[in-house]
Write a protein that binds this ligand. Sequence first.
Ligand code: FAD
Length: 379
Amino acid sequence: MEVLNNTTLPDSADVVVVGGGFAGAATACFLVLRGVRDLVLVEAEDHFGVHASGLNAAMARQVTSDVVTNEVLRASVAGITRTDGLWAEPVEVRPLGSLLLVGPGESPLLQAAGEAARAGLDCRIVDRADAVARVAVLRETEFDRAVFTASDGVVDIHALLWRYLGAARAGGVRPAPGVRVESVEVEAGRVRAVRTTRGRVACRVLVNAAGAWANRVAATAGLPPLAMAPFRRHLMTTPPLPFVQADWPFVWDTVHEYYFRPEVGGLLLSPGDQDPAEAGPVLRDPRALETLAEKLARHCPRLAGVPVSRWWAGLRTITRDGRFAVGWDTRLGGFFWVAGLGGHGMTASCAVGGFAADLVAGRPVDDRWRTAMDPMRLA
Ligand SMILES: Cc1cc2nc3c(=O)[nH]c(=O)nc-3n(C[C@H](O)[C@H](O)[C@H](O)COP(=O)(O)OP(=O)(O)OC[C@H]3O[C@@H](n4cnc5c(N)ncnc54)[C@H](O)[C@@H]3O)c2cc1C
């Protein structure tokens, strides 16, 4: 991929996208597909996707408690897996399915699952026996029922990110890693330019896809923060385990908030921790290992004591209401948010990128999506 250096960063561009994770890469990709080609994608790190977008659990989950978010997730998985020629290369999605464990009684998740099924998603409620037949280690686990979604799965996240970046580049986008936006220049109530570590780029539109740093980028434009914040979450992997079957669906206990899935002969697991954090380098906390051990011992005893071979942490940026923040900032002309993607940004990237590009390009969008994701509800 062509990489911009000091001499090639342009003086001006129609659109500057800030952030080279899933949010920025997918938006740049779809802007190009919509015909917006005078675009620069800047990423502070020397490589793309090193933060949340490279550190996530790679699970495509299409059922949450929120009906509109589920529509976005469904559309996105359909977009990621489509094979009608839009994408040059297929991205591997292992269709393992998913089991979301739930307790007794009705819950918003079950209602949303019902709604998703009526809309055509291959999800259904299964009883304990069915769930245990699929994943034997759930035999002593406390849960009442589970939502099984057959088309959920595990995505090759690096291939997906590079698909967006590759399509953007093929359409003329100049990706610029190692370039940090330091401030946003404003004139007469509009974005006028970004000042970067490699100089000033005048622009008409700034797409703020800076993940955990999005409020900081906005602050340099004089904008008060949106109601969203980064939270740290840990992931762990085990060495190969003889009892793990590579075709298990991923299991998410929505009552006790931990999850696991097959990963190269062993498991990838999360204790479901969610601690407030600062945007920046993420330090691991050994207490997360204890939390995982305690949750497994108490809620999934057949996995108690599994050895951990590797563990890491990343930041999920979560909005006050859990919905994404994608849209124009009406307080400052030309300032556009693609942020607050929480724990679903990889799965949602295809639909979010397309939706964001439609808005930036002035194309019609679904009004329900516009309202649900309007960043101004968080201002
Ligand atoms: C542990 C964990 C597990 C997860 N599991 C899943 C999962 O299974 N499925 C799923 O769908 N999602 C999952 N997620 C969520 C998903 O990873 C995120 O929603 C998604 O990656 C967010 O993408 P992003 O582009 O908004 O942020 P990021 O990937 O953080 O990208 C933002 C980029 O902006 C850059 N940047 C910041 N400031 C500047 C600046 N001033 N100038 C230039 N560049 C800047 C940063 O360097 C960064 O690369 C998980 C997240 C974590 C942490």
